[in-house]
Design a binder for this molecule. Structure first.
Ligand SMILES: [Ca+2]
Ligand SMILES: [Ca+2]
Ligand SMILES: [Ca+2]
Ligand SMILES: [Ca+2]
Length: 302
């Protein structure tokens, strides 16, 4: 099959641009020309691309990445991985083997993970169905997905508005929320007993997806993530959605701001000792605005 690969340029320090292939292969957003201006300041830049898989099909995306950066990738589906089972691969420039091969990083059967970029150039991201680890289309999956691609330019640099983020009412705002898709990337640090909050504005009905990553695939670090409304009421929480002990979750919000709380797993919540987690994390928040701005906007102050 004569495939045209969408080329996503994550130009660190500049707006993200996506150049259109000569003939888009799918109608569901793969390969359509688009320019996305991302909010600043941010630890990195992100884009979301929609795709569709059917038996015999696989999708490839090309991302220009800089040495020293980190790619954080997540595939989302409507059923949050309950039945859909895609896989994800990342191949370095000029390499024949995939460096990241993720099947069920989480939640459910969905893949996600990070790749440390050790050389500048065009990295290939491939999405296919369960069992197709050669990425040639040999699978039986039939699904629509969204691929969230975040490039963290300096993964060792923490900026999370500490100690202001201890207080949900003073926490930094993420995302303007005015675009159809928005991606925010924060590099933060959890120290024993620490909790970090970030706020997402509530101008609009929207789908919110929150993924927490570290540089080692969650093998040693154990987060808990909660979503709260502006009054501190719990909307959703997740402990080990994946990868491994890291957390991810999503929900649809009608109106009102949403607070993301990053906490460490506390093995004994009844005692006076708070969590002992101590690690640098990368938080990727993806917001998809629902409906038209003019007709579905939320009341001011909601
Ligand atoms: Ca899978
Ligand atoms: Ca912190
Ligand atoms: Ca904090
Ligand atoms: Ca956990």
């Amino acid at each position: 099959m004569n495939r045209t690969i969408p080329h996503v340029v994550l130009a660190i320090g500049l707006a993200v641009t996506v150049t259109a292939p000569a003939s888009p292969t799918h109608a569901f957003g793969e390969g359509h020309a688009k320019r996305i201006d991302l909010p600043a300041p941010s630890a990195g830049y992100g884009v979301v691309r929609g795709g569709r898989l059917e038996p015999g099909d696989f999708d490839r995306f090309r991302v220009y990445a800089h040495a020293g950066s980190l790619l954080a990738l997540a595939v989302h589906t409507h059923d949050r991985g309950e039945f859909d089972d895609p896989i994800l691969g990342v191949r370095p420039p000029g390499a024949s083997d995939f460096e990241l091969l993720s099947d069920d990083g989480g939640p459910g059967f969905l893949p996600r993970g990070t790749v440390a970029i050790d050389r500048r150039g065009v990295w290939e991201i491939a999405v296919s169905g369960f069992g197709d680890e050669e990425f040639v289309g040999e699978h039986e999956e039939r699904l629509r997905y969204r691929l969230s691609i975040a490039a963290i330019k300096r993964p060792e640099v923490v900026h999370e508005a500490e100690p202001r983020n201890d207080d949900p009412e003073r926490a930094p705002w993420l995302l303007g929320g005015l675009r159809r898709w928005s991606v925010a990337v924060v590099t933060g640090s959890l120290e024993p007993g620490d909790i970090d909050h970030f706020r997402i504005p509530g101008y609009h009905p929207r789908d919110v997806e929150v993924s927490l990553f570290d540089a080692r695939g969650g093998e040693f670090n154990d987060s808990v993530v909660r979503l709260l409304d502006a009054n501190g009421e719990a909307l959703a929480d997740n402990d080990d959605g994946g990868p491994l002990f890291l957390s991810n979750l999503g929900l649809r919000r009608r109106c009102g701001s949403t607070v993301v709380a990053i906490d460490g797993y506390d093995a004994n919540p009844e005692d006076d000792i708070l969590h002992r987690e101590d690690f640098v994390y990368h938080l990727v928040v993806t917001v998809r605005r629902q409906g038209k701005w003019s007709s579905l906007g939320c009341a001011k102050g909601s």
